[in-house]
Design a protein around this ligand. Structure first.
Ligand code: CUA
Length: 310
């Protein structure tokens, strides 16, 4: 938390501490003179008021010093801001980031999709940020990087991670009931590890493990990593959405186009509910589920997982 894990973050920290330092010195000086004058010019020590004339030299130097200090802070900040908002270096790794209620997806140039951000230490990275629904905010405190994501527009941000480790990555804009579960990790590794990971020879983090042994196992992993668990329990307890336990084959009362009807939960129903979550909403629940970012194959795996939850 205290040391930044990007080069731009180190500049941000330096600027922060210098500005805090200047403020602290001024604070101490102002409080000191304030208390001193209260003491020195108390009516017992200074019974007769005197008419104090202005002192042009003092006043002009105060103004001059303040202007120089404030402008120096402004230009320093401006310089860092320009770097941060400027074009990413050529050859930067490009990752497409999608925020949606309530999950992050990271897409790599080779087509892999993860819910954790894996980066190489020392390699500049450019993030292209999109939202599928509402305003989210991409925030990695250790990187000192925060960028709001607006639906319907593309935002970009770039930085160079310069410390290996695992860093919290979360949404910093309230985006609905499970805003707080929109949290994952940015994993920064050395070049050799990164290349081994790219080549599939090394496991990093939860989302990038080797392929699970069965469809149901893949479904279980997707359930955990794609935030299904935020709304759907697997132990029968009620949540924002219906529990997955005993769901497959169950008869559910749903509302379709404002009319109630009974459906049997089968493959087709679950598949449709993933693509059009508000088409058939189970009675007693709010239509808050966003369309799933999963592929049909992945949804199939989740269905296999649901079938195991008797
Ligand atoms: Cu997304 Cu808060």
């Amino acid at each position: 938390m205290f040391s930044a894990a990007t080069s731009i973050g180190k500049e941000t920290d330096l600027a922060f501490w210098v500005i805090t330092g200047i403020s602290a010195v001024l604070f101490i000086l102002i409080i000191f003179f304030m208390l001193y004058f209260v003491y020195r010019y108390h009516h017992r020590r200074n019974p007769s008021a005197s008419d104090i004339e202005g002192n042009s030299t003092l006043e002009l130097s105060f103004m001059g010093i303040s202007i120089v200090l404030v402008l120096a802070m402004f230009f320093w900040g401006w310089d860092g801001y320009k770097t941060m908002k400027g074009a990413a270096p050529a050859g930067s790794l490009e990752v497409k980031v999608t925020g949606q209620m309530w999950l992050w997806t990271f897409e790599y140039p080779d087509g892999r999709r993860l819910n954790e951000l894996v980066l190489m230490k020392g390699a500049p990275v450019k993030l292209r940020l999109f939202s599928n629904d509402v305003i989210h905010s991409f925030y990695v405190p250790a990187f000192r990087i925060k960028q709001d994501i607006i639906p319907g527009s593309e935002k970009t941000v770039w930085f160079t991670p310069d410390a290996a480790g695992s860093f919290d990555l979360f949404c910093a804009e309230y985006c609905g009931t499970n805003h707080s579960s929109m949290i994952t990790r940015a994993i920064v590794v050395e070049e050799a590890d990164y290349n081994a990971w790219l080549a599939g020879k090394k496991e990093l983090g939860a989302a990038s493990k080797a392929k699970p042994s069965s469809k149901a196992a893949l479904g279980k992993e997707l359930y955990a990593t794609m935030s299904c668990s935020a709304c759907h329990s697997i132990d029968g307890s009620s949540g924002i959405g219906p529990t997955f336990k005993g769901l497959f084959g169950k008869k559910e009362r749903v509302t379709t186009n404002g009319k109630e009807r009974v459906v049997t939960v089968d493959e087709a129903y679950i598949m449709k509910s993933e693509h059009e979550p508000t088409a058939d909403v189970v009675v007693g629940f709010q239509p808050v589920m966003p369309p799933s970012p999963l592929t049909d194959e992945e949804i199939g795996a989740v269905i296999e997982f649901i079938k195991t939850l008797k």
